[in-house]
Design a protein around this ligand. Sequence first.
Ligand SMILES: NC(=O)c1ccc[n+]([C@@H]2O[C@H](COP(=O)([O-])OP(=O)(O)OC[C@H]3O[C@@H](n4cnc5c(N)ncnc54)[C@H](OP(=O)(O)O)[C@@H]3O)[C@@H](O)[C@H]2O)c1
Length: 323
Amino acid sequence: MTSPTITTAAVSTPAITAAASSSSTITAAASGTWRLSGDLEINRVGFGAMRLPQRGPAFEADAVPRDRDQAIGVLRRAVELGVNHIDTAAFYFSPLRSANELINRALAPYPADLVITTKVGPGRDSSGRWLPHATPELLRGQVEENLRQLGRDHLDVVNLRVVGTDSIAERFGALADLRAAGLIRHLGISNVTPDHLAEARAIAPVVFVQNQYGIGVRPDHDAFVRACGEQGVAFVPFYAIAAAGRTAGATGTESAEVLAVARAHGVSAAQVRLAWTLHRGPHVLAIPGTGDPDHLAANVAAGALRLTEDEMAALDALHRRGV
Ligand SMILES: NC(=O)c1ccc[n+]([C@@H]2O[C@H](COP(=O)([O-])OP(=O)(O)OC[C@H]3O[C@@H](n4cnc5c(N)ncnc54)[C@H](OP(=O)(O)O)[C@@H]3O)[C@@H](O)[C@H]2O)c1
């Protein structure tokens, strides 16, 4: 398999320097674009759907369902603001809401340029309990479940979500077969190591690596983030805002370094966290999750934020110290 370099991916980053804290007119185009493949280009700031089915922490058995109209409004506003990459999964559900169903209700018939990425692997049963890794046969079932819920005949991108360090060859090979059969356009992998990426790329092209990463989160991951770019693979961090809060969400406490940069630009700490990830390389995308329309607009606007070399140096030093 050939190893395309970062130069094979078309990247454009308009120079917008305006403070991006509250403007709802800044669109996702301000973050620049990333070409996944010949036919597919997306804005670097996208949207993660994990927060939509509930208020508060994700995956809680007694989660409070999010207001349906609010969730649908956030999805429609995201697309109005130029978001054309939405990350979801069939296992993003609370007792009364499903992220995929909300996406279908809000956005179908889907805009032609919208890329919906979903994840398969260890799913949840209908009571919400996590299941072990899916077998190749079950992976096909999970792909079909996503097709039904989203109301599509093919999935734009499917990430194989991985738990542990075992070989992914059999499971990724099963998804490659579904890609060859036309059910999936592009493949990615999530929660993975560099060895997993090499293993997957020997089987089929990989467009995304989706791993946890952010300021102070996994500084030991920096080399892998760079390596993804060198191989022409987009790196898509999750929990870029939530950081140590993980499924519980943003913690509300913030370091002095992040707050100082936020003050200098008149933006929020969350926007600085997002902007820092986008500054890690043109192949780094963002999929911030929120059910709050104001936070959505702020996250899109963070794609227009340009940090100085000194600010990046201060944030990098904080990052290297870890959380
Ligand atoms: N592959 C995997 O294993 C995996 C794991 C986890 C997540 N993911 C994906 O990654 C996406 C991103 O993760 P995430 O949803 O945890 O996103 P995140 O953007 O890191 O953090 C979301 C948290 O930050 C808050 N928030 C968002 N925007 C904010 C803003 N502008 N100001 C203040 N607070 C803000 C949200 O609360 P509000 O709702 O109040 O805004 C929520 O508590 C998920 O939605 C999901 O699609 C993938």
